[in-house]
Ligand binder design. Structure first.
Ligand SMILES: NC(=O)c1ccc[n+]([C@@H]2O[C@H](COP(=O)([O-])OP(=O)(O)OC[C@H]3O[C@@H](n4cnc5c(N)ncnc54)[C@H](O)[C@@H]3O)[C@@H](O)[C@H]2O)c1
Length: 151
């Protein structure tokens, strides 16, 4: 089953990571990006940035947007190659992010703000469901760091 991933900070590095997952055919197969977080949830603007990056060239994948709820003022969901990615509003404290509700297992921290373990550990608190789950997350992070695959 695909690992559920969130990207915190959808700036240059966050978008590059996402583009690399798409280009390598991993989106929805090995990794399911379920959320991107930034200081806006304007999916149309993110779609525009992805499609027309002046440094990295045109995004090669199908991108559309939609509203997660008809009452929303703007589209807040990116749809890339048919995969839906929720745009989530930034918080100052990662522990407030909805990782538990979204089932997020791995977070790409790309804001440039939470750059050490102490600052980033709120992500673990946000996703923690129970002791075993937490330990599984730690093992998975170890695997990613060492380039191992987990079946
Ligand atoms: N761009 C590069 O070439 C490069 C190279 C190596 C390392 N880095 C490092 O990667 C990190 C990100 O760099 P970047 O170039 O992508 O920066 P960036 O400014 O393009 O992206 C950061 C994004 O985080 C968003 N953000 C700000 N506060 C936030 C919050 N509280 N929660 C969620 N999102 C928030 C910003 O709106 C922005 O879109 C930095 O630490 C940088 O030093 C960048």
């Amino acid at each position: 089953m695909a690992t559920k991933v969130a990207i915190n900070g959808f700036g240059r590095i966050g978008r590059m990571v996402f583009q690399a997952l798409c280009d390598q055919g991993l989106l929805g197969r090995q990794f399911d990006v379920v959320a991107v977080v930034d200081i806006s949830t304007d999916a149309d603007y993110f779609a525009y940035q992805m499609k027309y990056d002046s440094v990295h060239g045109k995004f090669k994948h199908a991108v559309t947007t939609e509203k997660s709820d008809a009452s929303k003022p703007e589209a807040d969901v990116l749809v890339v190659n048919g995969h839906k990615i929720q745009c989530v509003m930034a918080t100052k404290e990662p522990s407030q992010l909805p990782w538990k509700a979204l089932g997020v297992e791995v977070v790409i921290e790309a804001t440039g703000l939470f750059t050490d373990g102490e600052k980033a550990k709120g992500h673990l608190a946000a996703g923690r469901q129970e002791g075993d789950h937490h330990r599984a997350g730690q093992r998975r992070r170890e695997d990613l760091r060492h380039g191992r695959e987990r079946g």
